[in-house]
Every structure is written in structure tokens, then in C-alpha cells.
Ligand binder design. Structure first.
Ligand SMILES: [Zn+2]
Length: 405
């Protein structure tokens, strides 16, 4: 199915008008404040292409290959090239080019057309290309803050954000799991009528306040006791959003010793690598049965792009999960259960780094009491907020390459 769709995609692109650079130069000169470098042009596939590794030595270019795709970032702005096909994907759109990216002797080549036409268009204040002299010039040191990966292009952060060491404005979507007709887990050691959905909401609202106090803008998927479809939750974190945090409470089915299991763990989207991860994901995905008419996550084409986006944000999600888990474990009374990957439906529609925090076990007495208490909820919310800010600082350090602090 996937192969078929890619073929269709390629055919469509062939039909689109393409404009090739008129002449193939032997080399392209990269001129930056740090000097000039001539990079030889490859013509292995009949069109002009440049070795990414050479570009990366003089420009803010990074690359990674995932299967058939190469993810190339320019100053943090991601471009995804389908290897061997005359296209790349930028900002969710397929952009046709005369010739595509390819690999020769372990070296990734990207089309000169990308660097000559598209990069200067996107970074219009930072770079220009002169086709006559085959010269790519940096016009000023600062690079544009990418629109895809960061929420608030160039907007300076608030005073509160600056006090916390953040330089840009950020927005986070906080998702208290379950709600309305979906109570979540019954909460064996939660008092009275308290269910998982109540704890998630209480922690979520605390997290919102903690993040706002740190100068980070927050959108809640729900701030009352209502049910939001799983597929819609992460969709609230698209443009102008940095990351997505879903809050849940774990529980175990009754079997010998199950009440002894405690502690928090943080998940990011991926294949479930352990039986336990499969179990927890299956439990959280159960919420689908409360939804009516939902479940369409964007069709087959949607899956291809989701795939790409997943690759792109997988490592970021893993890093975010790791930092948040580290912070949470430091204040949690239970054991540190670490970070895991699992195929959560709620994370599948994410186009930004997305994590799901299982804040503890309602089937454990101490965890249950901790999660039901105002102080426990506050402690969890505070540690997640600390983790999020720490992650955002690292993220800023990556995207603000070459700018003054
Ligand atoms: Zn849950």
C-alpha cells in the first residue's frame, strides 16, 4: 500500500512543470562570514547536486537518512527528500524539483536547485544565490527561526521566559487523558469517586499554571470533564506549537503482587518494544471505543506524512521524554520506570515532539495517595514543567545557531 502510494505521488510530480537551473556549474562557492569554500558539483544522475557533508562543514546543514528518505535541515528548517525521486517535502507540501536527492558511495547528495532556489526563498534575509557566478552567499549572520519546528518564529519570549533562560516564545499543548464518559482507569487507590480522568485534569491544570509561570504559553485539549477524540488531541499542537504532553495514570489488572508495582514512566510514539509497553498502550487506546464516528486519521496519504513526521520528531520526542522522566522520577515516591516507546493513538497524529506521562499507578496505595493529593499533583506538574523548559532550552540552542544571545 505504501509503495503504491509513493508511486502515485512520484507520477503526479513528474507531471508538474519543473524549472531546472540553466547551466550546471563545476562547483558552487559558498561565501559566509567565515570565508569562502568551493564545493564540487556532482552530476551522477544527470542533474546538479551537492554533497551534504561538504555543505554541513560551512553552512548550518544537517542530514539523516531514514530508509528511503533523507531528512536535511537548513538552520533547523526540515526538508525531506524521497531518495531518487524528483521532489522534496517542506512544510507538509510536496515540492517538485528537476532532479532529487540520492546517495553515491555512502555520500548523500541534494539537488543544487534546492540550495539555489528554495533555501534563499525561505531564508530571504539570510542567503542569496547568484546563478551566473554559482555563488551562494550568507548575507548576514543571523538565521531565520524555522516555521516548521518552532511555534513562534522570532518572537522574543516573555520576561518570565527570560528569567527561566528561554529566549523565544513557546507554546505547549497539555492533554489531560480521558474525560467525560471515559473515566480512564477506575483508580483502586484513589479516594471516593475519583477516577483517572479527574487526576489527569488536576495535574494538567497545575501543569498549565506551572508552565505559564515559566513564561510558556499553554493550550489545554480539555479543561473540563469532557471527552476529546484521541486522534484530535495532538492535532491541537500544529503550527505555533512546540510540543505535546499527555497526562495519564497507570493501573494493573488484579493478579498476584500487582498492588506492589509503582512509579512513573514516560512514553513516546513508536513500536512497543516490550509486552508492558504494549499493555499500557492498549489500555490507553481503549478510549477509542467511547468515540463515535472518529478514527479517521487522515487517510493513506496522511499515513505517509505521518511516517515522515514521526521520523523527524521521533528523536526529539525521545529526548523530551527522557528529560521529563528524569525530572518526574526525582520527585515521585515510586520507582523510576524510565522511558519507553509505544504505539499510542493519541501520539500518532502528532507533528511535534509528543510524549505521554504515566504519572503513577492507581493500583498502588502510595502512588494513589500521592496522585490524589494536591501536593502530589503539584509536584508532578512542577517536574513536568521543569522538564519541558529544560527541553525547550536545548531546542533553542539547536535552532538559534549563529544568533546573539
Ligand atoms: Zn489513561
Amino acid at each position: 500500500m505504501r509503495l503504491l502510494l509513493l508511486t502515485t505521488l512520484t507520477l503526479t510530480v513528474h507531471a508538474a512543470p519543473v524549472v531546472a537551473p540553466p547551466v550546471v556549474p563545476r562547483a558552487v562557492v559558498i561565501a559566509t562570514a567565515r570565508g569562502e569554500t568551493a564545493i564540487p558539483v556532482g552530476v551522477h544522475k544527470g542533474h546538479a547536486a551537492l554533497p551534504v557533508s561538504r555543505l554541513g562543514a560551512v553552512l548550518p546543514v544537517t542530514s539523516e537518512v531514514f530508509g528511503d528518505w533523507a531528512l536535511v535541515a537548513f538552520a533547523g528548517e526540515p526538508f525531506r527528500f524521497l531518495l531518487g525521486a524528483p521532489l522534496f517535502v517542506h512544510d507538509g507540501r510536496v515540492v517538485p524539483v528537476a532532479g532529487g536527492a540520492y546517495i553515491v558511495s555512502d555520500t548523500l547528495f541534494v539537488p543544487l536547485q534546492w540550495l539555489a532556489e528554495f533555501v534563499p526563498r525561505i531564508f530571504s534575509e539570510g542567503y542569496r544565490y547568484d546563478p551566473r557566478s554559482a555563488r551562494f552567499e550568507e548575507t548576514r549572520m543571523a538565521t531565520r527561526t524555522p516555521s516548521v519546528a518552532t511555534p513562534a518564529p522570532g518572537r522574543p519570549g516573555s520576561d518570565a521566559a527570560r528569567r527561566n533562560g528561554l529566549r523565544l516564545a513557546h507554546r505547549v499543548v497539555v492533554d489531560p487523558g480521558h474525560g467525560g464518559v471515559d473515566p480512564g482507569n477506575p483508580g483502586r487507590h484513589l479516594p471516593g469517586n475519583m477516577r483517572e480522568k479527574h487526576v489527569n485534569l488536576a495535574i494538567g491544570l497545575q501543569l498549565r499554571d506551572e508552565l505559564r509561570r515559566r513564561g510558556v504559553d499553554v493550550i489545554m485539549t480539555r479543561s473540563t470533564d469532557t471527552l476529546i477524540a484521541l486522534g484530535e488531541r495532538a492535532l491541537m499542537c500544529r503550527d505555533e506549537c512546540d510540543l505535546f504532553v499527555s497526562i495519564h495514570v497507570n493501573s494493573l489488572p488484579a493478579r498476584r503482587g500487582y498492588e506492589r508495582v509503582d512509579g512513573a514512566e514516560t512514553y513516546f510514539l513508536g513500536e512497543a518494544l516490550t509486552a508492558e509497553a504494549r499493555r499500557v498502550a492498549a489500555m490507553e487506546n481503549e478510549a477509542l471505543r467511547y468515540e463515535t464516528g472518529g478514527g479517521d486519521l487522515g487517510g493513506d496519504l496522511g499515513f505517509i506524512f505521518k511516517d515522515l513526521q514521526t521520523n523527524e520528531f521521533l528523536r526529539e520526542s525521545a529526548l523530551l521524554a527522557d528529560i521529563v522522566q528524569h525530572q518526574t522520577a526525582a520527585t515521585h515516591p515510586g520507582q523510576n520506570r524510565g522511558v519507553a516507546q509505544a504505539p499510542y493513538v493519541v501520539l500518532k497524529t502528532a507533528t511535534r515532539p509528543a510524549i505521554l506521562v504515566e504519572t503513577g499507578f492507581a493500583t498502588n496505595r502510595r502512588d494513589g495517595e500521592f496522585l490524589a493529593s494536591k501536593s502530589g499533583q503539584q509536584a508532578i506538574a512542577r517536574s513536568i514543567a521543569e522538564g519541558v523548559v529544560e527541553y525547550l532550552k536545548r531546542y533553542e540552542a539547536k535552532v538559534l545557531v549563529g544568533t546573539q544571545p
